[in-house]
Write a protein that binds this ligand. Structure first.
Ligand code: FA5
Length: 346
């Protein structure tokens, strides 16, 4: 067969392909067109079968012409797809993207309100000479209860209140007071520490969360008395809630302190007049405290005739709810809704 005729027909097919390629509306249509020319049974494929009828000496030239034509088709297919994508982007940018609109700032992360309160409170105590102490969230029954003078049948040990890992042995700490024991065992006297951390209980209502945060305070030295405790707590309350906020101390009971008290602050919303937040009493409880029970001191090898101390434990969530007006449920702290957390950016 005449090689020139094959090459002429090849050129004709190439021109025909170029013409058809112009108006393909989608990437799929372009790929179908490519297949119609380049697949085995495609237009070029059929013509290529005539290569066998060409004189062997001239086959090389004709073969090269086929290769060039195929490469040109592949190249123009990828260019056509690129043009199509670019066109779609332009349509999107023009129709849906108004470059004249002012930009929107991306949402910025903020410190969590509980963390803000923890840092602020710890700062107040470190400025009074307290060191920061730590303990594990998974505690032993011994440190969480026994060494703190809890009798075996104390209700807090009950499955209702405590999240046990292995009953009677390990648990999620129910309060920060075990850090009292750890600090007294680990540090030389005098000991003056605050311990911030997460604690766990089987509690769940608008003011009680199953996980919440406490800050424990402890001071053990010679000659420590109740006046020191009141002085430290008064300073804390004035620094955190304002110099005009009054505090009051009510008798209470904790197994590890004697005497034990609960400390209320004057309601910061109604200033003591009585409102819904303070159940019309004018006061809100924020912490438990007391003088270290001599049994606890003796239990860690400290002579209670020589040394005395005080301890307190405050609920950080409670303090945050009081600091920021309008927090109706403790759950808001733990849902991590950015619309809520944004309020605390500073
Ligand atoms: C205690 O946990 C004692 N360890 C505090 C203490 C320390 C007393 C040292 C004496 C000496 P209480 O169970 O009352 O005490 O808890 C202390 C504070 O934690 C409460 O005043 C309250 O503010 C907060 N609290 C208690 N349960 C929850 C809860 N489920 N959710 C949020 N806050 C809570």
């Amino acid at each position: 067969m005449d090689p020139n005729e094959i090459i002429a027909r090849l050129q004709l097919l190439a021109e025909q392909f170029a013409g058809e390629l112009q108006n393909q509306p989608t990437e799929q249509a372009i790929r179908d067109l490519q297949a119609a020319y380049l697949s085995k049974k495609g237009k070029l494929g059929e013509l290529q079968q005539s290569l066998g009828k060409v004189e062997p000496a001239q086959r090389k030239v004709v073969g090269q012409a086929f290769n060039q034509a195929k490469q040109a088709i592949v190249q123009s297919v990828s260019e056509a797809i690129e043009t199509l994508v670019k066109k779609a982007e332009d349509v999107y940018l023009n129709e849906y993207f108004d470059v004249t609109l002012p930009g929107r700032l991306p949402l910025r992360g903020t410190m969590h309100p509980i963390s803000i309160a923890m840092y602020d409170i710890v700062d107040v105590f470190t400025s009074m000479g307290f060191d920061v102490a730590e303990g594990p969230e998974i505690e032993t029954d011994e440190f969480n209860f026994a060494k703190l003078n809890f009798p075996d049948d104390h209700p807090a040990r009950d499955m209702q209140d405590t999240l046990f890992i292995e009953e009677g042995k390990t648990l999620l700490r129910t309060h920060m007071s075990p850090v009292q024991i750890r600090s007294l065992l680990d540090r030389p006297l005098p000991v003056q520490v605050v311990a911030p951390g997460a604690v766990y209980r089987r509690d769940d209502d608008p003011t009680h969360s199953p996980m919440f945060f406490q800050i424990e305070g402890l001071l053990v030295d010679k000659g420590v008395h109740f006046g020191h405790l009141k002085g430290v707590l008064n300073t804390f309350i004035h620094q955190v809630f304002g110099a005009d906020v009054q505090m009051r101390v009510r008798p209470s009971f904790f197994p590890f302190t004697e005497p034990s008290v609960e400390v209320d602050i004057q309601c910061i919303y109604c200033k003591g007049a009585g409102c819904r937040l303070c159940s019309q009493t004018g006061w809100i409880e924020i912490l438990g405290a007391g003088m270290m029970d001599p049994n606890v001191l003796e239990g860690v090898g400290i002579d209670s005739e020589v040394y005395s101390g005080f301890a307190f434990g405050l609920g950080v969530d409670r303090v945050s709810m009081l600091r920021y007006e309008g927090i109706s449920s403790i759950k808001l702290f733990y849902e991590n809704d950015p619309r809520f957390l944004e309020r605390f950016w500073r």
